[in-house]
Write a protein that binds this ligand. Structure first.
Ligand code: ATP
Ligand code: FE2
Length: 328
């Protein structure tokens, strides 16, 4: 059985086709890059509407699959930007009606967790989900993915993007800062903001831009921001492991592409005798395959939605989504 999944929560429009063993048979993505500054939701949505039909064709072709072999159509229902979500949901509803296949709603954050979990082979890991819009430490307990700790202001990726734009660069900031940090030499003091299981980044943003205005160079700033921000994430992940008595961590979200973050979390986990797993970058960033895989799990557990009740949920919370495919 193959499921087709559509992702369109923010910058990325993506279509994935995945079989019942989580093999990614086809994946086609296209990113909206704002001409300057941050994302404009309506312009991103227009981009998604334009590219999604072609991406469906490309994913089917890559998977050597015809619509007849697709058993269900999954889509990211939330959380995300309303206009972007509606673009993907509209295409999913249309395919569901045209192909007469069930429609399966998927939570975007749960999808980051599930693709990392299946690829890791770990049964019940803790997840550090670090992306543009979200920064959460997640563990499964009593029928839900529970958010144990999270950002109190912006997502870590959003922070990196805003900082990079403030330093004169273009979106996306995370990969550019990673590159720039390689040339950093001096560790500058920046606000380290951990509150129990939670973190915050806006103080570090203000302080970094102020240091830059006073003449701090970009490589040192990039290096210091990476070390400080990723230390904060490693600390809350370690605290969660200790409290939950777990020893396995998986990473997800676009910021999980970062080599320094991976190494820091790996070193911490291994020093506790545990294991860390990070998926390949193409499956850390937003992608249709994670929606298709979570759609597989949900569909097999009986989750489908009638078209008329398939409204998008821009603020859908990770811990409010039922997960009937997981044993209690
Ligand atoms: P979500 O809806 O889950 O918040 P998103 O829209 O932010 O997702 P993702 O593709 O998961 O999309 O993540 C994009 C973010 O990842 C951007 O903020 C980008 O700067 C960041 N990022 C990508 N690569 C790297 C990297 N190598 N190092 C640090 N950050 C990175
Ligand atoms: Fe995401």
């Amino acid at each position: 059985m193959v499921v087709l999944g559509i992702e369109s929560t923010a910058h990325t429009a993506s279509v994935g086709i995945v079989d019942d063993e989580a093999r990614v048979l086809g994946l086609a993505s296209d990113f909206y890059q704002p001409p300057s500054g941050g994302i404009h939701p309506r312009e991103a949505a227009n981009h998604h509407v334009e590219v999604l039909p072609t991406l469906v064709g490309k994913a089917l072709e890559a998977a050597h699959t015809s619509p007849k072999e697709v058993e269900a159509v999954a889509f990211a229902q939330g959380p995300g930007l309303g206009p972007c979500l509606r673009a993907g949901a509209t295409v999913a509803r249309m395919l569901s009606l045209a192909w007469q296949r069930p429609l399966v709603p998927v939570n975007h954050c749960v999808a980051h967790v599930e693709i990392a979990r299946v690829l890791s082979g770990l049964d019940d890991p803790l997840l550090l989900y670090a992306s543009g819009g979200n920064t959460q430490v997640i563990a499964y307990a009593r029928r839900r993915y529970r958010v144990l700790g999270e950002t109190l202001d912006v997502g870590v990726g959003n922070f990196l993007d805003k900082l990079w734009i403030g330093l004169g660069g273009r979106f996306p900031g995370g990969p550019a800062i990673e590159e720039e940090a390689r040339r950093g030499q001096e560790l500058l003091a920046l606000p380290y903001s951990v509150h129990g299981m939670d973190v915050a980044f806006s103080g570090m943003l203000t302080a970094s831009l102020a240091l830059h205005a006073k003449g701090a160079n970009r490589p040192d700033l990039a290096y210091s921001v990476e070390v400080t921000a990723y230390s904060m994430l490693t600390e809350i992940t370690e605290r969660a492991l200790a409290h939950r008595g777990r020893n396995a961590v998986v990473l997800g979200g676009g910021v999980a592409c970062n080599g320094r973050l991976r190494e820091m979390v790996r070193a911490m986990t291994e020093s506790r005798g545990g294991t860390m797993f990070g998926p390949p970058k193409s499956l850390c960033v937003d992608n249709g395959a994670m929606i298709a895989w979570t759609g597989q799990l949900a569909f097999r557990a009986g989750v489908t939605t009638p078209v008329e009740r398939s409204a998008v949920q821009p603020r859908q919370r990770t811990d409010l989504v039922p997960t009937p495919w997981r044993p209690d």
